[in-house]
Design a protein around this ligand. Structure first.
Ligand code: PLP
Length: 439
C-alpha cells in the first residue's frame, strides 16, 4: 500500500485550495486511483471523469508511456539548472510546441503552471514595450469574468469577483473589457451571432487613456472557469485589429483551450485569429507533472533579446523549475500520444455528439443556460438561497452517483478527456440528467 492509497490519519492539517475545507473534511472525497476515463474513490467506487481532472488529463488517466518516460528521466537526469545551463529535452519540447503554434509564435518560455504562464506573458509584454522604447506603456487590459490564475498579475487582469475580493487592489492601471455573455445568447451552441462590438471597449480605453499607455490585452478565447463563454463571431478579430492599429500586444490565455479542447490544436486556430502570445499549461503534460509555457512571436523575442547588451541576460525572469527535465520529458511523451492517437482530430470528431447531448439538457427546469464549443460545455443552474449552494450540492450528488464534474459557483463545466468515446459521453450526460432532473 502506498501513501496514495493508504487513508490519512488526519485531514485537519492540509489547507486545501479552492475548497470548502470544513465541508470537505466532514465528508471527504478522496481519490486513490485512476485509469482511462475513470477514477477510483477511497470507498472503492468507480467515478467517470467528466472534466479531465481540471481540464488537464486530455489523453486519459494512467498513461504508461508518460510514466515510463518520467521514471527513466528521474534516473538519468533528475535536475539541471535552467539559468545559464540547459538540457536537451526542453529544447526539443520547444521545437515541437513551436511547430504547432500558429503564425510566428516560434519561441517558448517555460513555467510551472497556468498562473505563472499568465504572469510571465504579462511581464514579457511590459519588457517588450520597454525594449522598443515604449516603457511608459504599463496598462494591462483584461476582461470581466476572466480567470487568469491566482498570481497578482493574473488576478489583476481577471474578473471573477470572489477570487479578487480578499486580496486588495492588485496591479495599478489594470483595465477590464466587458464580458461577452449577452442575454440573447442563451442556449446558443458555438459562437453567438451578436456581441462582436464589445471588442470596441478596447478602442474606448485607447481613446480615454491613450494607446501609448497600454502594453497588452489578455483574454481567454473561450472564458473557461467562468462557465465556457464562447466568443461572439467577429469579436476576437476585432480585438486583433484594434491591437494592430495601436501597437498593443494580444495575449490568448489558452491554459484550458490549448492542445485540442476546441477540436483544433489551439483556440487561435479554431477562431482564425493569431495572437502575439499564447499561454498554456494543463494538457501539456497530461496533468502528470506541473508545467506551463508561453509561446511568443519572433518580433517579441527578437526585440527583447536584441535590446540587451551582448552576453547579458535579456529577460530577468524565470523559475527554478522552468522546463525541468522530468516535466519536459512528460510533455514530450504526451506529445507522442497526441500525435500517435490523433487526439485533436478525435476531439473534433466527438464534438457533434458531445454538443448534442449537452444541449439536450435544456428541457430541465433547473437549467437556465447552456454554452458549448468543442469538448467544453458550461451549464448554468438556478441558484438556491445563496450562490454556489446548488453547485456544491449537485457536485456531491454527481460524485456519489459516479460522475466527477468541475463546478464553478452554480455552473457545471463538462470537459471530458479527448480520448472519450461515445459511450462515455452517454454515461456522463445520463448521470448528469438523473441528478439535474431531481433538482
Ligand atoms: N488561465 C486559465 C485560462 C485557466 O483556466 C487557469 C486554470 O484553470 C489558469 C490560468 C491557472 O492555471 P494554474 O491553476 O495551473 O495556475
Amino acid at each position: 500500500m502506498s501513501s496514495l492509497t493508504q487513508l490519512p490519519n488526519s485531514l485537519e492539517q492540509h489547507w486545501m485550495p479552492f475548497t470548502a475545507n470544513r465541508n470537505f473534511k466532514e465528508n471527504p472525497r478522496l481519490i486513490v486511483g485512476a485509469q482511462g476515463m475513470y477514477y477510483t474513490t477511497h470507498k472503492g467506487d468507480k467515478v467517470i471523469d467528466g472534466s479531465s481532472g481540471l481540464f488537464c488529463v486530455a489523453a486519459g488517466h494512467g498513461r504508461r508511456e508518460i510514466a515510463e518516460a518520467v521514471q527513466q528521466a528521474l534516473l538519468e537526469l533528475d535536475y539541471a539548472p535552467p539559468f545559464q545551463f540547459g538540457h536537451p529535452a526542453s529544447f526539443e519540447l520547444s521545437r515541437r510546441i513551436a511547430a504547432l503554434t500558429p503564425g510566428d509564435l516560434n519561441h517558448v518560455f517555460f513555467t510551472n503552471s497556468g498562473s505563472e504562464s499568465v504572469d510571465t506573458a504579462l511581464k514579457i509584454a511590459l519588457a517588450y514595450q520597454k525594449a522598443r522604447g515604449e516603457g511608459q506603456r504599463m496598462r494591462l487590459v483584461g476582461r470581466e469574468r476572466a480567470y487568469h490564475g491566482v498570481n497578482f498579475g493574473g488576478l489583476s487582469v481577471a474578473g471573477m469577483v470572489n477570487n479578487k475580493k480578499a486580496f486588495g487592489l492588485g496591479l495599478p492601471w489594470a483595465l477590464h473589457l466587458r464580458h461577452t455573455q449577452l442575454p440573447e445568447h442563451k442556449f446558443t451552441p458555438g459562437q453567438p451571432e451578436t456581441g462582436a462590438e464589445l471588442a470596441e471597449d478596447l478602442q474606448r480605453f485607447v481613446d480615454l487613456h491613450g494607446a501609448d499607455s497600454i502594453a497588452a490585452v489578455i483574454v481567454e478565447p473561450i472564458a473557461g472557469s467562468t462557465g465556457a463563454l464562447v466568443p461572439p463571431k467577429g469579436y476576437l478579430e476585432r480585438l486583433r485589429a484594434i491591437c494592430d492599429r495601436h501597437h498593443i500586444l494580444l495575449i490568448f490565455d489558452e491554459v484550458i483551450c490549448a492542445f485540442g479542447r476546441t477540436g483544433k490544436q489551439f483556440a487561435a486556430d479554431a477562431f482564425g485569429v493569431v495572437p502575439d502570445m499564447i499561454t498554456m499549461a494543463k494538457a501539456l503534460t497530461n496533468g502528470v507533472v506541473p508545467m506551463g509555457a508561453v509561446a511568443v512571436s519572433d518580433r517579441i523575442y527578437e526585440t527583447v533579446t536584441g535590446a540587451a547588451p551582448e552576453a547579458s541576460v535579456e529577460l530577468f525572469h524565470g523559475y527554478t523549475y522552468s522546463g525541468c527535465p522530468v516535466a519536459s520529458v512528460a510533455a514530450l511523451a504526451t506529445r507522442d500520444i497526441f500525435e500517435r492517437e490523433q487526439l485533436v482530430e478525435r476531439a473534433a470528431g466527438m464534438t457533434p455528439a458531445f454538443l448534442e447531448r449537452l444541449f439536450a439538457l435544456r428541457d430541465l427546469p433547473v437549467v437556465t443556460d447552456i454554452r458549448g464549443y468543442g469538448l467544453l460545455g458550461g451549464i448554468d443552474l438556478a441558484p438556491l438561497e445563496a450562490p454556489g449552494l446548488r453547485g456544491l450540492a449537485v457536485m456531491q450528488r454527481l460524485y456519489d452517483g459516479g460522475l466527477m464534474l468541475k463546478m464553478t459557483g452554480d455552473t457545471a463545466l463538462v470537459s471530458p478527456p479527448l480520448v472519450c468515446e461515445e459511450k462515455h459521453i452517454d454515461e456522463i450526460f445520463s448521470k448528469l440528467r438523473d441528478v439535474l432532473k431531481s433538482q
